[in-house]
Design a binder for this molecule. Structure first.
Ligand code: ADE
Length: 413
């Protein structure tokens, strides 16, 4: 079963997936083992993930491990239609196309929620929430969650006592957030901004809202390309860290007057308000790199504007009542996945190695409580070791003497 934009794109999609496989050798090693051992035999998986060539490599891996997979997109704009077609042809049940409207998006998620899965694999928490609300079944062994926003939602469910199955927070693995959130978004958000606008970064004032791992990545890469970077934050610790990294830190109300490009990364709502936008320079560019399209007040901007025009793909011009123009990218949705292709394969290799191994872990450990778990250290370390080995990088081992020294508490100098 599938619902994709155009099944005739399958051949092109397969070549894209092959390209991703070439750059995802950690996951390919895991696939090699799982294809023999079939740890997911008989397991039905509902997945809501961005339908990209990298996700396709994960889906093929789960499929080869014995699972029956149902996949919907995790954002109305992030699906790569050729990849979706190729997956459909591979026997993955995929329900996703680029440019879904809100109803189509939720209908697709409902389609995969309804299949009475054993494993629930989500990016952002919409699938977990829907299954808890309407489609829970005791066949569910557990789930995984890919991103910070989803983990925050699941922890809230756990704390209010409504979580119905164990979930592994894949996002919280060191080999996920230190790489995907930081280096992945650091590169792909800029890729999205550049594909949408083709502007020069050097010499621009870039305002990054939020100094979590995503904000850190974008701020550092923007600086590397010659931007002057301002960080806005609500956490004193993170703000201090940004200051000591050498970034300017100030409230958004002040930064809004100075910035050329604004990128939101907070996971929170109305971080850039219409009042902030009214203060911006003529020509300011607004982009969001957080999971949901709530960080920039897009509805308020639409209401306040005198005119809206599409200028280029993923770049809309808003004419403000004060005569100034601002440019909103990808309608305030995830700029890296909407205007570009998301994170590069090499970094998704780490994230999805964690997904595959976490799925296997849940199936092999049926005694987990209804709680949010971190990825076990053995998996995190295994992913790092595998990645280093496929990169051809060797590291030192502790000597016996060093192992003993690191465990004693008696001796100082
Ligand atoms: N999230 C960010 N980049 C991604 C990608 N390339 N594939 C799937 N999910 C992603």
């Amino acid at each position: 079963m599938y619902k994709v934009k155009d099944i005739s794109l399958a051949e092109q999609g397969s070549r894209q997936i092959e390209w991703a496989e070439l750059h995802m050798q950690t996951l390919m090693k895991i696939r090699e083992r799982m294809s023999k051992e079939k740890p997911l035999l008989g397991i039905k998986i509902s997945a809501v993930l961005h339908v990209t060539k990298e996700t396709a490599v994960l889906m093929r891996t789960l499929h080869n491990a014995g699972a029956e997979v149902y996949l919907a997109g995790s954002n109305p704009l992030s699906t790569q239609d050729d990849v979706a077609a190729a997956l459909a042809q591979d026997g993955i049940n995929v329900f996703a196309w680029k440019g879904e409207n809100e109803k189509e998006y939720y209908d697709a998620i409902e389609t995969v929620a309804k299949i009475s899965p054993n494993l629930v694999m989500d990016d952002g928490g919409d699938l977990h929430a829907l299954i808890h609300d309407k489609f829970y079944s005791p066949n569910i062994i557990g789930g995984t969650e890919e991103t910070t926003t989803g983990v925050v939602r699941l922890k809230a469910m756990e704390e209010s006592g409504v979580l119905k199955y164990p979930v592994i927070a894949v996002n919280n693995a060191f080999t996920k957030y230190l790489f995907d959130n930081r280096f992945g978004t650091g590169q792909s958000a800029i890729d999205g901004i550049l594909r949408a606008t083709n502007i020069m970064i050097a010499g621009k004032v870039v305002v990054v809202s939020g100094y979590g791992w995503v904000g850190r990545g974008i701020a550092s890469r923007m600086r590397g390309m010659g931007a002057r970077v301002i960080v806005t934050e609500v956490s004193p610790v993170r703000a201090l860290e940004a200051v000591m990294e050498g970034f300017e830190v100030m409230p958004i109300r002040e930064a809004s007057k100075i910035g050329d490009i604004f990128v939101t990364t907070t996971g929170n709502i109305n971080v850039i308000s219409v009042d902030d936008i009214m203060q911006m320079k003529d020509g300011a560019i607004l982009a969001n790199a957080g999971h949901f399209n709530v960080e920039i007040d897009v509805e308020g901007l639409k209401r306040a504007s005198k005119n809206v025009r599409n200028i280029r793909p993923f770049t809309d011009e808003y004419l403000l009542p004060n005569g100034k123009r601002v440019y909103l990218l990808a309608d305030g949705r995830l700029v890296n996945l909407a205007a570009a292709e998301g994170h590069p394969s090499e970094v998704m290799d780490l994230s999805f190695a964690n997904q595959a191994l976490s799925a296997e872990y849940i199936v092999r450990n049926r005694n987990l409580k209804k709680a949010v778990y971190n990825v076990p250290d053995e998996i995190d370390n295994q992913v790092a070791e595998l990645k280093l080995s496929v990169m051809g990088i060797k590291i030192d081992q502790m000597t016996q003497q060093q192992k003993e020294y690191s465990k004693q508490w008696k001796y100082g100098t």
